[in-house]
Every structure is written in structure tokens, then in C-alpha cells.
Design a protein around this ligand. Structure first.
Ligand SMILES: Cc1ncc(C[n+]2csc(CCOP(=O)(O)OP(=O)(O)O)c2C)c(N)n1
Length: 717
């Protein structure tokens, strides 16, 4: 046990401001027996899985853990960290080597064994690999749904941290006071975008967030000095403003407890974020299939083995805290508990293939338990909504309609927040959120740092904390850096088998502008989101539909992409009578804008208006359907129409190859085949990026003329 105030290598780091804010080490009276129990259980689980996997040839597939990751060497420090995560509103965001932490926060040993075996129940009902875990808990710390992508754990943790302040200070809920968000990552993860994005949010917003970096010097095989110069992220962040830093030996129980304790005291005391780096050995291969040959010498492996923290923990506790016999009893208890849990896990049934498509979307139909995250059913039903349009005289532009809808929802739902780049002070580069920050304050309508991954990851963390985040991505193309978080948000309910959900709304202007385009600001590529799992995708063509769909999204239980077409925001095309403050349109309900007898034209977004103009050239022969949302899309409406007309032209702005029109055409080819009198036609952009000059833009985009030509050709086919 060290008696130095700061053992070598663990001096406090950070700006002078951070140092001044440092709280004294807490006089922690940790439950060391509990910590030891947890670390021993984790080790025993690693033993069981590694031994089984070594016998691959003889063990049946159903007893193998295909993605096996041991926490050997990381286990003691993580168990110590777990002892500090004890506030009912704390959340941890973790990664595949975090099982010791999960166990210390309440993961049962049976689940810890059953889920890696893919058995029914547990934390994913056989859907996700066992190391990608989650832990809901109504009255205690939770573990946010983990992901397989290294670095993706960081920004949702920042969202939870921001939600802590919102619940405590804006909503006035004292139960959130003193809570913190903890994120765990290896030293490899400090090179990821997610790490830097979360660090920016935490330090600029002074969030109650603890970064826990467990540095084993290897990311699979890559050395730590490839992830950050010199291999020490704590030292490199020494000049970072507003970050309290501790750095030390994660194999020394006393030192680990003290450093983690200092950071936790700092964060809980309102000092802002902290980062602790603990060096630990990796006493195993990276994962089951990795044999370490080729990148680690025997001498290096042996040197790491010398640093095993478990014997050090034993020496630390025996006999000062536990007698020899008490330690032996503890080991026997662990062996008994693990064996019992293993028997129970193996006795679990396999997951039911008939349920595998469940939980891509919320399902309130059969009274299933509510997922952790999003507004509760009671909150959603209290907000209600009406599918009848109010007869208001005012004609509003699309941008004004969105603004009014956001304003109304900010008024009626105190859990709703609106944010994005330039959304606050300026009111958005498209001015859609103009004036909202003045009216509702900076806590509810705010600017974010320039990181789309941060905007979406933060939204996910906030939604899990029960808020309704409405994020703006400045232009569709700039959602690209957030692709990982968007994908993980969409699968979150499914992969946790409805234990968690993150309903967020992502507003996204895109498409060609009025007489202007370019490859960056004019992308639509909406099909990408229709292809993603779990998302609703709205592409309204006018202000009234925008109100109804946006409100449905903000009062709903599923994540939604809401396209705001640039060419509609301020033009008469996009304008409509304001349909009222409670108007909602259910997703997947198309609008038939024009009845016709001989051909059905299907479109969405801005091209709807060109289709209506083109259709007018053919009297009452052309029916025009505005899909309004492409996920889900109204198959019934389109099929019923095409069965009647026998012909179909689909017009869209996205590329023709694998655009959403291809999906509609395929559906018609199968389900309306016997009713078709002509080939299904598509009018779309011929796989060319949006050009800048209006002459080029006109050449690329479907026009009224080109749509009319195709209608004509289809009619005479
Ligand atoms: C975004 C992403 N890129 C690559 C991988 C593959 N991969 C899995 S673990 C890993 C190394 C991570 O190392 P580190 O963060 O230090 O954690 P450790 O395994 O050492 O605990 C890599 C490259 C991944 N899962 N996600």
C-alpha cells in the first residue's frame, strides 16, 4: 500500500483551473469483499469460456461463445470503479471488455453466461454478441446499450451527462443531483472521433462525466503510441482546459481506488469532467480467435503476467481486511455461484426464431413492458394529437410551419430540446429555428459543437435519459460523419429486445435549392435511411404535411429522420394552410393529390410539385400519390391505385440506381404484375452528383417536361 499523496505516475494533471477545483481524496470506505467477489467472478467466467473454447473440437456449437473477450487484468480496477457508481441516476457507457463493471452494477452471473451463449432472455434475447451488453434499471445505475464499434460508446455518455443537468436544473428533479455519466474505453479508443467529440462536449459544457481509460498498451495488436503520441493520453491532455486528470497503476487496488475516488468526487462535486487513466495488463489474447503470435513475444506476455492485479488484491486484503479463511470461503462462494449460474444458463432455451423481427419498432399493442428511454406511454398519450386538420386561414411557408410546430412542442413538452450547429443564437442557417432560443432559453434550444457524431450520439444518450431530443443536421450530406451513431440508434431497440429505446428526431435539410445545387448541400440520398433499420423517414412536400409528420415524430416512440427540402423551405410550392397545433399524420399514410384513371405517378418531397404540374397536362388520366414517408411507405395506397390504373411512373430526386423507386417498382412487379398494362417507369437522377450551375442542375434533375414525357410514353405503351 502506498502512503505517498500521489504515487509516481499519478500526479494530478490538467489546467491550473482544474487543479484548483480538485477535491480532496474521499475517505472511501469501499466494500472490498464485494469488489473481490466481483473480480473473482469475472475471472471465473473468463476461465469457463476460455476452457470451453479451447475444446472447440469436442464442445457442441451451442456451448461455445463465438465472440469471447476476457477481462483478465482489467477486472480488479473495473470492480473498484463499479463501487463508485452508486447514484440511482448514474449511467455507464461501456465496451466489450467491461463485464466486471457490468457484474458490479447488477448483471446476474446467469445473464453474463447465458447471453454470450446466445440463449433466450438475457440482455438481447440471442440477438447480439454476449460482450455487447446493456443494463436497464429503474432505481439504480444503468449501463447504456453497448455497441460493437470502438469509440461509439463516448458520445451517448455525454448525452446522458447533459441530461443529468437538464433533469436537475431545468425540470427541477432533485433525484438527478450529484449523478454522473461514466464512459469506459481502452487506449485504442482514444484515437476515435467519438472520444474527441465527447471530450469537447464534456469540457465545453462542463458535464458531470468521468472518462475511464484502461490502458493495456494494445489495441488488438497495435501499440498505444500509435493511438496517441508517446502512448499516454493523460499526459497529452495535460493542457486541456476544464479537465481534471488522474493517471496511475490499475493493478494497485489502493491507488486505483484513490484515483477513481478523486475523480468521482470532482465530478459529483460539480467540478466538471474528469479523466482517469489506469494502466493494466492484458492477461489474455485480444479475443477468442486471437493467439497473440506475431505481435507479442513470450517475454512480453510473461512480463504482463507478473502484473496480474488479482494476487495484488489478495495481498491488499489478506489479512488486513479479510482473514485467510475468509478469502478461501470467498473463493468457494464464487465457484459455487458460477457453477449454479452456468447450469441455469445452459438450461435456458434457444431464442424463438418467430420473434426475431420483433422490436425493430415500438409496439404498444400487447401491453409489453416499456423500454428504458424516450417518453413514457403515459406521457405520449397525454400529448395526444388529432388527425383532423384545423381550418386555419393562415398560409405558412414550410420553414415557418416547422418553426411553429417546434415552438408548440417546446411549449407543451418540457422534456423536448432543440439543438444543432447554429440552431441557437442564429436560428439555424435556414432560419427555421429563429427566435426559439430567445423564447425558451439556452438550456432548451442551443448550439452544439461541430460534430455530427456528437449531435446524434448525444441525442441517443438524452433519449435514453427520458428526454425528446430534436437535433438538426445542417445539410443532409453532413449526416455522413454521424452514420455510426445513426445506425446504432436505429437498431438499439431491436438488439436489446425492447429493454432500451432511443426515439430521437433528426431534422435534415437537403435536396436541390432554388436554382442552385452542388454535391455538398443538395444531396438527398434518402434511400440510405429507408435501408437502415428501425428508422421512420418523413419527406413532406408541403407545410401542412410537415406539421403533421414532425409532430407525430416528436410525440412518438421511434427514431425519425425528417427531411426539410431546401427548395420548399421558403417557396410557394412548400406553402400550405397551417393545419393546427395538434395536427398529426400517422407515418406510412400517403396522400392522393389528384385522382386519375390511366396512370399512377408516385413521388415524394419537392418533385411532387413537378409531378402535379406534369399530370395536369393529361386531364383526369393521371393519379398523383405523394408518399409523404418512405419508411414506412404506403404500399396499400400505391397498389390499390396501380391495380386500378394499370400503369405507374415513379419520380424521385435520388439516384436511379438502388433509389427508393426501385423498391416500389419491385413491389409492383410482384404484387401488381397481373394488373400492369405497361412497364413500371422511373424518372430519377442518372447517378450523377448534384451540379452547381443551374443549366447543369436542370439537365440532371427530373423536370416537369421530362416527367410529362415519361407519363406520355407510359400511357401509349
Ligand atoms: C470502429 C471500429 N473499428 C475497428 C474495430 C475492430 N476492433 C475491435 S477491438 C479493437 C481494438 C481496441 O483497442 P482498445 O480500445 O485499446 O481496447 P482493448 O481491446 O485493448 O481493451 C479494434 C481495432 C471495431 N470494433 N470498431
Amino acid at each position: 500500500m502506498t502512503t505517498l499523496p500521489f504515487p509516481r505516475g499519478s500526479q494530478p494533471r490538467g489546467s491550473s483551473k482544474a487543479r484548483k477545483a480538485a477535491s480532496p481524496a474521499p475517505a472511501t470506505r469501499l466494500d472490498w469483499r464485494g469488489i473481490a467477489y466481483n473480480a473473482l467472478v469475472s475471472r471465473a467466467l473468463d476461465d469457463v469460456e476460455e476452457a470451453t473454447n479451447r475444446n472447440k473440437a469436442t464442445v457442441p456449437r451451442e456451448h461455445l461463445v463465438l465472440y469471447q473477450f476476457s477481462a483478465r487484468g482489467h477486472d480488479v480496477a473495473q470492480s473498484i470503479l463499479g463501487a463508485f457508481i452508486d447514484h440511482p441516476r448514474d449511467a455507464a457507457s461501456a465496451y466489450y471488455r467491461s463485464r466486471p463493471l457490468l457484474l458490479s452494477l447488477g448483471l446476474t452471473i446467469e445473464d453474463a453466461l447465458g447471453s454470450p451463449l446466445g440463449r433466450a432472455g438475457g440482455f438481447s434475447d440471442g440477438r447480439d454478441i454476449g460482450v455487447v451488453c446493456n443494463l436497464p434499471n429503474a432505481n439504480g445505475p444503468i449501463v447504456l446499450p453497448m455497441s460493437g464499434d470502438v469509440g461509439s460508446q463516448y458520445t451517448p455518455a455525454a448525452g446522458w451527462a447533459q441530461a443529468i443537468g437538464y433533469h436537475a436544473n431545468v425540470l427541477g428533479d432533485p433525484s438527478w443531483k450529484g449523478a454522473m455519466s461514466v464512459v469506459l474505453g481502452g487506449e485504442g479508443s482514444v484515437a476515435t472521433n467519438g472520444f474527441w467529440s465527447a471530450l469537447t462536449m464534456a469540457t465545453t459544457l462542463s458535464l458531470p462525466m468521468l472518462f475511464y481509460v484502461e490502458d493495456n498498451g494494445l489495441g488488438i495488436s497495435v501499440r498505444g503510441d500509435m493511438q496517441t503520441p508517446g502512448g499516454d493520453i493523460a499526459r497529452n491532455l495535460g493542457s486541456f482546459d476544464n479537465l481534471f486528470i488522474r493517471d496511475g497503476d490499475g493493478t494497485d487496488p489502493d491507488e486505483s481506488a484513490r484515483l477513481v475516488g478523486e475523480c468521482v468526487a470532482h465530478v459529483r462535486g460539480g467540478g466538471g469532467p474528469a479523466l482517469v487513466r489506469l494502466t493494466v495488463p492484458r492477461l489474455c489474447s485480444h479475443s477468442g480467435p486471437d493467439n497473440q503470435r506475431g505481435y507479442r513475444t513470450d517475454a512480453e506476455i510473461a512480463a504482463d503476467a507478473e502484473r496480474d492485479p488479482l494476487p495484488r488484491l489478495r495481498d491488499h486484503l489478506v489479512p488486513a481486511t479479510l482473514s485467510e479463511s475468509a478469502w478461501k470461503e470467498l473463493e468457494a462462494e464464487v465457484a459455487r455461484d458460477v457453477q449454479q449460474a452456468l447450469d441455469a444458463a445452459r438450461a435456458r432455451s434457444n431464442p424463438d426464431p418467430l420473434t426475431v423481427s420483433r422490436w425493430l419498432y415500438a409496439d404498444d399493442s400487447d401491453g409489453s413492458p416499456e423500454a428504458f428511454g424516450g417518453l413514457s406511454r403515459a406521457e405520449r398519450s397525454a400529448l395526444g394529437g388529432s388527425t383532423s386538420r384545423a381550418e386555419t386561414p393562415d398560409v405558412v411557408r414550410f420553414a415557418e410551419a416547422v418553426r411553429r410546430t417546434l415552438r408548440r412542442e417546446l411549449e407543451v413538452n418540457p422534456k423536448l430540446l432543440v439543438f444543432g450547429e447554429d440552431v441557437g443564437r442564429k436560428g439555424g442557417v435556414h432560419l427555421v429555428t429563429e427566435g426559439l432560443q430567445k423564447q425558451f432559453g439556452e438550456a432548451r434550444v442551443f448550439d452544439t459543437s461541430l460534430s455530427e457524431e456528437g449531435i446524434i450520439g448525444r441525442s441517443v444518450g438524452m433519449a435514453i435519459a427520458g428526454l425528446m431530443p430534436v437535433a438538426e443536421i445542417q445539410f443532409r450530406k453532413y449526416a455522413d460523419p454521424a452514420a455510426e451513431q445513426l445506425n446504432n440508434c436505429g437498431t438499439l431497440r431491436w438488439r436489446t429486445a425492447n429493454r432500451f429505446a432511443a426515439p430521437i428526431v433528426v431534422r435534415m435539410p437537403g435536396g436541390f435549392g432554388k436554382d442552385v445545387g452542388d454535391p455538398w448541400h443538395s444531396l438527398s440520398d434518402e434511400v440510405r435511411f429507408a435501408h437502415a433499420y428501425g428508422w421512420q423517414v418523413a419527406i413532406p412536400s408541403n407545410a401542412a404535411d410537415a406539421v403533421g409528420l414532425l409532430r407525430a415524430a416528436m410525440r412518438g416512440a421511434n427514431p425519425t429522420i425528417f427531411f426539410e427540402h431546401r427548395s420548399l423551405l421558403m417557396t410557394s410550392d412548400g406553402s400550405a394552410h397551417y393545419p393546427g397545433d395538434d395536427y398529426v399524420i400517422p407515418f406510412g399514410k400517403a396522400a392522393t393529390l389528384r385522382a386519375g384513371t390511366d396512370v399512377t405517378v408516385v413521388s415524394w418531397g419537392a418533385l411532387v410539385h413537378r409531378c402535379v404540374q406534369a399530370a395536369a397536362r393529361f386531364g383526369d388520366r393521371v393519379e398523383v400519390i405523394d408518399l409523404r414517408s418512405i419508411a414506412p411507405w404506403d404500399r396499400d395506397c400505391v397498389l390499390a391505385s396501380v391495380v386500378r390504373t394499370g400503369r405507374c411512373v415513379i419520380a424521385h430526386e435520388d439516384n436511379i440506381t438502388a433509389g427508393f423507386g426501385a423498391e416500389i417498382a419491385a413491389t409492383l412487379a410482384k404484387d401488381a404484375f397481373w394488373y400492369l398494362d405497361a412497364p413500371v417507369e422511373r424518372v430519377a437522377v442518372q447517378d450523377i452528383p448534384m451540379p452547381y450551375h443551374p443549366v447543369l442542375l436542370d439537365a440532371v434533375l427530373p423536370t416537369v417536361d421530362s416527367i410529362a414525357e415519361r407519363i406520355d410514353a407510359t400511357l401509349s405503351a
